[in-house]
Ligand binder design. Structure first.
Ligand code: G16
Length: 539
């Protein structure tokens, strides 16, 4: 039976760079999740004949939310849902299923790399038929609809058993429960040379993959241990847990520190990697060696011919604006089209759909290709393993050879977290106003050559987006400022600093960037406005 429930609207359901992200307790408020879903359904309009993919990263409240979503989709007239078994699907696996089945969209219940649990975060990512997250003009409409709706529809019935593979029916809607891993493995087999990778492990190569108690454990176990023959136990923290076992599933030097420490220990494996909560971010490590995500994108691009799916050639490559310029030099040397887009994977979708790019990546530990329309953590790991298998070189050797060829972009991101939203907004607004006056100013060894907001004009849909402020220096260095779009409360200021050197290749990044860091603090008046003299997180 379909019930129509009266509700009062919420005015805080604006999506950020990775969908809706809120404190779990906020989403658990009466009708909060229901209102957001109804706002989406109202925005889509006629749902008759439509099919969606549904899954999540297994975090706390996923099981409750997914049942609500199923019953609401049925009540709103959706034809069919394809759901991952037990409600599990990584973000890249979901994008694959969405595209493979030509469905009308999909929902991933995840706050990505944010911590989970009752005191953690919850989120909802909504993709449309492109396989990528919806463009801003649609999320804006959903936000407007969420602020005015007065009722939602839900099917009144028992919970669906999501452990049972196969077809079921809820209020006249079909549900197909699928194995979350099978299709993803098949896709990876179509891209990479699994035989060559098997040989690598058969010859004694060792790796450690940290799934951080989040969604990629079952994918990684199947691919690395069962398919490729990596030693049993190579995948650690492999069981998805509702609170990620207390871990913060953000694969970077800070939150994946145990893995970083392990790779600096005598027991270190030849290679290590970690993925985030929903499996779209990745971190790549060699023995006592860290590859920045910006370098990873550039190295993958430079080695595109090491992987069967790309051997015939690739279209161009794109990066998010704050990502370092390393890949720009590869694109130029390899005569590849090159694009710089605002932060947010959704900005790559038009470029992929129009065959302008094949690879894309972000400094925020995201790398991927047009095989799907989301970033893909395991894809990046398999790509690195393929480069290692083809060259017989270590992660460190591959990266250092890359620097010898192209020079090195020293790159560090400094995050200033937990400031009141008004402080963050005012800091950015005032800095934007001051930008024109910065040109020619000298900060220690650095002279400002240009300072302006970043504006992106999409070549496909002609929309225009402004995001972040860039200060460039006469030696080619740059500082980028932007506010995070994935926090669940308060504001996080991100300061991205980059300095390029053609021949000084073995410096310590933090030392190499000290002068620019001091300039960044002074230019944006960070200590005066935030009370902070150091960043909270440095990656
Ligand atoms: C999301 C987007 C990414 C983007 C990131 C930026 O990542 O999907 O494309 O780079 O947000 O985060 P912030 O705005 O905090 O810098 P994810 O992995 O959280 O979905």
């Amino acid at each position: 039976m379909i019930k129509v429930i009266a509700t009062t609207p919420y005015d805080d359901q604006k999506m950020g760079t990775g969908g809706l992200r809120k404190k779990t307790k906020v989403v658990m408020q009466p009708n909060y999740f229901e209102n957001f879903m109804q706002a989406i359904f109202n925005t889509i309009g006629d749902l008759k004949g439509k099919t969606f993919v549904v899954g999540g990263d297994g975090r706390y409240f996923n099981d409750t939310a997914i049942q609500k979503l199923i019953k609401m989709a049925a009540a709103n007239g959706v034809k069919k849902l394809i759901v991952g078994q037990n409600g599990f699907l990584s973000t890249p696996a979901s994008s694959n299923i969405l595209l493979k089945n030509k469905t009308d969209g999909g929902f991933v219940l995840s706050a990505s790399h944010n911590p989970g649990g009752l005191d953690g975060d919850f989120g909802i990512k909504y993709a449309n038929e492109t396989g990528g997250q919806i463009p801003t003009k649609i999320s804006d409409k959903i936000f407007e609809n969420a602020k005015v709706l007065t009722e939602y529809k839900i099917c009144d019935g028992p919970d669906v058993d999501l452990s049972k593979l196969g077809r079921q029916e809820v209020c006249g809607m079909e549900i197909e429960v699928i194995d979350p891993v099978d299709d993803y493995v098949a896709m990876m087999k179509g891209i990479f040379d699994f035989e060559a990778l098997r040989k690598l492990f058969a010859n004694g190569f060792t790796m450690r993959f940290d799934a951080m108690n989040a969604v990629t454990g079952p994918y990684a176990r199947r691919i690395f241990e069962q398919e490729l023959g990596a030693a049993k136990g190579s995948v650690i923290n492999a069981k998805p847990l509702p609170d990620f076992g207390g871990l913060h599933p953000d694969p970077n030097m800070v939150h994946a520190k145990p893995l970083v420490d392990f790779m600096a220990s005598p027991e270190a494996t030849d290679f290590a990697a970690a993925n985030d909560g929903d499996g779209d971010r990745n971190m790549i490590l060699g023995k006592n060696f860290f590859v920045t995500p910006s370098d990873s994108l550039a190295i993958i691009t430079d080695n595109y011919d090491k992987v069967p799916a790309y051997q015939k050639g690739i279209y161009g490559v794109a990066k998010s604006m704050p990502t370092s310029t390393a890949v720009e030099r590869v694109a130029s040397a390899r005569h590849l089209d090159y694009y710089e887009v605002p932060t947010g994977w959704k900005y790559f979708v038009n470029l992929m759909d129009s065959n302008r790019i094949t690879f894309s990546g972000e400094e925020s530990f995201g790398t991927g290709s047009s095989h799907i329309r989301e970033k893909d953590g395991i894809w990046a790991v398999l790509f690195w393993l393929s480069i290692i298998a083809a060259t017989g070189k270590s992660v460190q050797e591959i990266t250092e050879e890359f620097w010898h060829k192209y020079g090195r972009s020293y790159y560090v991101r400094f995050d200033f977290e937990g400031m009141p939203t008004e402080v963050g907004d005012k800091l950015m607004a005032d800095l934007e106003n001051r930008l024109p006056s910065l040109k020619g100013k000298v900060y220690g060894d650095y002279t400002v050559s240009e300072a302006a907001p970043f504006v992106y004009n999409d070549p496909v849909d002609h929309s225009s987006t402004k995001n972040g402020l860039i200060v460039k220096f006469t030696d080619g260095s740059r500082i980028v400022y932007r506010l995070s779009g994935t926090g669940s409360s308060g504001a996080t200021l991100r300061v991205y600093i980059e300095r390029y050197s053609k021949d000084q290749l073995n410096g310590d990044p933090l030392k190499m960037l000290t002068g620019l860091f001091n300039a960044a603090m002074e230019i944006a008046e960070v200590p005066e406005r935030t009370g902070k003299h150091q960043a909270d997180v440095v990656t």
